[in-house]
Design a protein around this ligand. Structure first.
Ligand code: A2R
Ligand code: GDD
Length: 316
């Protein structure tokens, strides 16, 4: 029998990629979006849902009765979390608890994937990279703290109520369609704007010394589909590439794809009050369980993201 999967928060970056992967793996797909969002051209039944409305989450779960739930809905920007801490806490903690409570009330036990972040590890001591799931969490920003909290509550619910909750710590994921508030999409958009004569040949950047672990979103959603079926209840799995890259090297790679003469300037607005120096995943745990490892090279993702911005900007 076909498994039924429900993606909560599907109108963001990851959602439509995940729906495609679910369909390819033979799942029936349901997806939610906020009422003001649009989610078109996806092969899924689409429902409106605000996870802050606890009763609405319960009603939808009773209506859809999914075998698998992918909980993506979040305030997902580290940068925005500094400016909107209350909103970030509400959506990422209270909203997630609403989802867990609604699942708990069901008359059966769906398997649920809670998407957290590599940012949960925060400050990493020398010798702790690549970082394992068992490492101490020292979140260094508000977004990271909310995701660490979701992870801890997920762990508690899973054991206390014998629920099938599986936690993910996703490291930076990138690809065509990502909002330009995230670094790779931001840099690619700026280069495309320069090439199309829409801005001066000057790129505005933030902290180039940070090192982050980047994975193509299409690889990330493959990991999610494997983990929702195979992940052990109450366990946490890193999803990343296993290799950190300096943001400066990413910038150089993106600029090297352009013929334009580009100058780079630091924009103080893009610097964060605190920016963890390095985040790099150890992906042994997920690899041992599922055989997953990422396949798409960074160079390909960067090129496709540049092409994406050219297309979007030309379409106006
Ligand atoms: O904030 P918006 O308007 O972009 O909507 C986001 C949505 N969302 C909500 N959905 C239901 N009820 C809410 N109260 C609520 N607040 C926000 O969740 C957006 O459409 C979606 C999350 O998508 P993105 O922000 O594009 O995140 P992405 O990159 O798809 O990442 C998926 C997950 C998130 O949990 C991240 O924190 C994690 O992976 O890295
Ligand atoms: N956005 C942005 N813009 N970041 C910049 C820039 C810039 O111009 N210049 C340097 N950076 C640095 C940031 O300071 C940070 O160290 C790094 O690039 C990555 O920033 P983002 O792409 O904004 O992502 P993030 O790491 O803060 O968060 C993303 O990854 C997390 C997983 O590690 C998001 O997708 C989160 O939702 C996700 O959990």
């Amino acid at each position: 029998m076909k498994k039924k999967g429900l993606v909560i928060g599907a109108a963001g970056f990851v959602g439509s990629y995940l729906i495609r992967e679910m369909r390819e793996s033979g799942m029936e797909a349901h997806a939610t979006k906020l009422p003001h969002e649009s989610l078109e051209n996806v092969d899924a039944a689409v429902h409106d849902l605000d996870i802050m409305d606890r009763d609405a989450v319960t009603a939808l779960l009773f209506e859809v009765r999914p075998d698998y739930v992918f909980h993506l809905a979040a305030q997902s920007s580290v940068g925005l979390a500094w400016k909107r801490p209350g909103l970030t806490v509400d959506v990422n903690i209270k909203g997630s608890v609403n989802v867990m409570d609604a699942v708990r009330e069901l008359f059966y036990k769906p398997r649920v994937l809670l998407i957290g972040s590599g940012e949960e590890y925060g400050h990493i001591e020398p010798g702790e990279t690549p970082i394992k799931e068992t490492n101490l969490l020292r979140p260094g920003n508000i977004y990271a703290a909310t995701k660490a909290c979701q992870n801890m509550i997920g762990n508690i619910y899973s054991r206390a109520y014998d629920m099938e909750l599986v936690m993910v710590r996703a490291f930076n994921h990138i690809g065509p369609g990502q909002a330009s508030m995230f670094v790779v999409s931001d840099f690619c958009r700026q280069v495309a704007e320069i090439e199309l004569g829409m801005r001066e040949p000057v790129m505005k950047v933030g902290n180039l010394a940070a090192e982050r672990d980047f994975t193509d979103v299409r690889d990330v959603v493959k990991a999610y589909v494997k983990l929702v079926a195979l992940g052990e209840a109450g366990e946490t799995y890193n999803v990343g590439s296993g290799r950190a890259r300096a943001i400066r090297d990413i910038l150089d790679l993106i600029i090297s794809r352009s013929h334009a003469q580009i100058r780079v300037e630091t924009d103080p607005n893009k610097l964060r009050p605190v920016d963890v120096p390095i985040i790099e995943a150890d992906i042994t745990k997920i690899n041992r369980l599922t055989g997953w490892r990422p396949e798409i090279p960074l160079e390909q993702t960067v090129q496709e993201t540049l092409d994406y911005w050219h297309r979007i900007l030309l379409e106006g």
